[in-house]
Design a protein around this ligand. Structure first.
Ligand code: NAD
Length: 339
């Protein structure tokens, strides 16, 4: 059993903790949290041990009537590996603690590639993480782009990828964040960080990205224009490849009536997915278009959920307990991902 600690328990941390708890080869040692709020109570109800960020935090948990098993340092000491799901730039501060305690750690996409030295998307570069001490699971947008672009590159050879990303402005529990009624260029300058971030996993072709924030909380929407080598690409071949690509879900506006990110979230509810999570990159079948050697498509990304399976696979790769296929299959099975 691999003993796993989850440090930071909100959007990403809650999901990876639940996913770890589902794995037959892993034991969730506990979760570290700052506030004794309803999320902490629900963790206790699930039987998770709660740890506070520091001694002061322990008192806050005790005052709130919640059993606190210690500080995050105590939690990390008990684990073989830490999943750090603290906010952007906090992970880099935590690295000193992991290093001092001699523990392996997985960081998230809000941290810089250099913090870990290995950026990870299971189906693209699982083997690069084998035995590593530190790995960074890339962001939600980067994960989706890597899955789809890697598949296209394998099949047709990419020369250049352009992507325009309409980003959800805030996660559903971030009531204080805007914009409420504006589209914010994020950033105005080009490229946004997403394209270069894809190159930390797939370095062999340029990815130029532009991004904006839109007033929604559920899902990003990507518009892709990808140039490929030669003239072998056709819409049928592309659809065939993406249908077989792991962790990519094809939907159709014509057949399924899925025309919006709202429909995709509703589909997750109909599927009975916990927290309405869509772990797959969602590609619209009827958006696939080939003009000459250029491929066009629309893709939606559930920002809260898509990196969950990658975090689980990164654990097995770093602990060297499984090969890529076995790990991805085990993770998919427990999370209800079809392939
Ligand atoms: P979040 O702010 O929702 O959750 C982080 C949690 O960590 C909070 O509850 C915070 O109180 C807690 N925390 C802060 N400092 C801590 C400490 N020292 N010890 C323990 N807990 C601490 O953040 P998130 O959205 O879950 O993002 C986590 C990471 O995942 C970031 O790097 C982010 O960029 C990345 N990521 C986020 C998303 C997303 O859409 N939210 C998607 C993919 C990747």
């Amino acid at each position: 059993m691999i003993k796993v600690a989850v440090n930071g328990y909100n959007v990403i941390g809650r999901r990876v903790a639940d996913a770890v708890a589902l794995q037959s080869d892993m034991q969730l040692v506990g979760v570290a949290k700052v506030k004794p709020d309803y999320k902490a109570r629900s963790a206790v109800d699930k039987g998770y041990r709660i740890f506070a960020a520091d001694e002061k935090g322990m008192k806050a948990f005790k005052d709130a009537g919640l059993t606190c098993a210690g500080t995050s340092k105590d939690l990390v000491s008990e684990a073989d590996i830490v999943l750090d799901a603290t906010p952007e730039d906090v992970g880099s501060q935590n690295k000193q603690m992991y290093e001092a305690l001699g523990k392996k750690a997985i960081f998230q996409g809000g941290e810089e590639h250099e913090l870990a030295g290995t950026s990870f998307v299971a189906q693209c570069n699982y083997e690069k993480a084998l035995g590593k001490k530190y790995v960074r699971v890339v962001s939600c947008n980067t994960t989706a782009l890597c899955r789809v672009l890697h598949a296209m590159d394998e099949c047709f050879g990419i020369t250049k990828a352009n992507v325009v990303i309409a980003r959800r402005a805030a996660d559903p529990d971030e009531g204080g964040k805007g914009p409420i009624d504006a589209v914010v260029l994020d950033p105005v300058t080009i490229p946004s960080h997403h394209g270069p971030d894809v190159n930390t996993v797939l370095p062999n072709f340029p990815v130029i990205s532009m991004a904006m924030k839109i007033p929604t909380t559920h899902m990003h929407l990507h518009s892709l224009i990808v140039s490929v080598k030669g003239n072998s690409v056709t819409e049928d071949k592309l659809r065939d490849k993406l249908e077989k690509t792991p962790r990519v879900m094809m939907v159709s506006s014509k057949k399924d009536g899925i025309k919006s990110t709202g429909n995709v979230m509703d589909l997750a509810r109909e599927m009975g997915r916990s927290r309405n999570d869509i772990f797959e990159a969602v590609v619209w079948k009827d958006s696939l278009k080939v003009i000459g050697n250029e491929v066009y498509l629309f893709m939606a990304v559930h920002q809260e959920a898509i990196v969950t399976p990658e975090n689980v696979d990164a654990i097995r790769a770093m602990m060297e307990t499984s090969d890529r296929e076995s790990s991805m299959n085990a993770t998919n099975k427990t999370l209800g991902i079809a392939h």
